[in-house]
Design a protein around this ligand. Structure first.
Ligand SMILES: Cc1ncc(C[n+]2csc(CCOP(=O)(O)OP(=O)(O)O)c2C)c(N)n1
Ligand SMILES: [Mg+2]
Length: 286
């Protein structure tokens, strides 16, 4: 049995007290415990940002990659050993800014990984510049007169990129977020969990209070059907007085790995490459 304590490192997180990242870390640990995943079968891949520090404080395998590059590394790990549970984490700047192209192509490929985006609508680590999801008019160090462009809509972008599991959680509701992460890990395919994550040091607009007043759960609306993409698109654009959280959309389709007969029987890392004769290839290249 994997326990919460087993996943807890001796080092304590250095995030600001009250940061939404604590809620996400707790929810992720809860999810691993609930699914009883052996910790040596879990790999967490991070980008760069406050969010990118998360793997340092959870006792699984990990890879701290480059800014915006968590997804290429995560996909490579999954294809090298698809028996592992691969979870990628990163910020909104990381995933929806510098890493956007990787994000789109990983979704359409449907590699079986879970992607948790700590969406604090700001660059936290670099101390408060506007990010791709900062709201229009948002004042920050880099936009003292207010942000001119409208934000990226991660949910709509995911739906348009054929993402097979699209969800949004709130770092202030750990129980609900835990359940979403459990479902995301169980889902066979690429799962996006965008998380509303208050940054108490640099984002004075999208606070805990701001979200507490606005968020509601899609699953509490009996008429909502998460297999209906048209409906999901409609909900993706709801942002104002009310902000939906929960599972927006889910579909079953083949993963990228399913399409590779070479790894159907044995993961790539377990295959014997000693017997392979590459001499003709070397001859051709020389
Ligand atoms: C290639 C590259 N460009 C820029 C940076 C500087 N940098 C570090 S973190 C960061 C943004 C972090 O914002 P976000 O991804 O939203 O993560 P957060 O800190 O908010 O969790 C930037 C621009 C970098 N490390 N590497
Ligand atoms: Mg951020």
């Amino acid at each position: 049995m994997t326990s919460f304590e087993e996943l807890t490192t001796q080092e304590k997180p250095t995030w600001c007290p009250g940061c939404g990242n604590f809620g996400i870390l707790t929810a992720l640990k809860n999810a691993i415990v609930e699914l009883n995943l052996p910790k040596h079968e879990v790999v967490i891949v991070a980008g760069i940002g406050c969010s990118g520090h998360l793997p340092q404080w959870i006792n699984t395998f990990a890879f701290h990659s480059l800014h915006g590059r968590a997804l290429p590394v995560a996909q490579a790990i999954k294809l090298a050993n698809h028996k592992l549970k691969v979870i990628a984490v990163g910020g909104d700047g990381d995933g929806y800014g510098i890493g956007t192209a990787h994000f789109i192509h990983a979704m359409r490929r449907n590699v079986n990984i879970t992607y948790i985006v700590h969406n604090n609508q700001i660059y936290g680590l670099t101390t408060g510049q506007a990010s791709p999801t900062s709201e229009k008019g948002f004042k920050s160090k880099s936009t003292p007169h207010g942000l001119i462009e409208p934000p990226v809509n991660p949910i709509a972008l995911a739906l348009a990129s054929d993402c097979s599991f699209v969800a949004r959680g709130f770092a202030g509701d750990v129980k609900h977020l835990t359940h979403l992460i459990v479902q995301g890990i169980q889902h066979k395919g690429f799962a996006l969990i965008d998380v509303l994550q208050p940054c108490i040091s640099f984002n004075y607009l999208n606070t805990y209070e701001y979200f507490m007043k606005r968020v509601y759960k899609l699953e509490e609306d009996n008429s909502y059907n998460f297999t209906n993409k048209r409906l999901a698109f409609e909900k993706a654009f709801e942002w104002g007085e009310k902000i939906p959280i929960g599972l927006f959309y889910k579909e079953e389709r083949k993963t990228y790995e399913d399409e590779l007969p070479q790894i159907a029987e044995i993961p790539l890392v377990k295959q014997n490459i000693n017997e392979i004769d590459i001499s003709s290839l070397i001859e051709e290249m020389c």
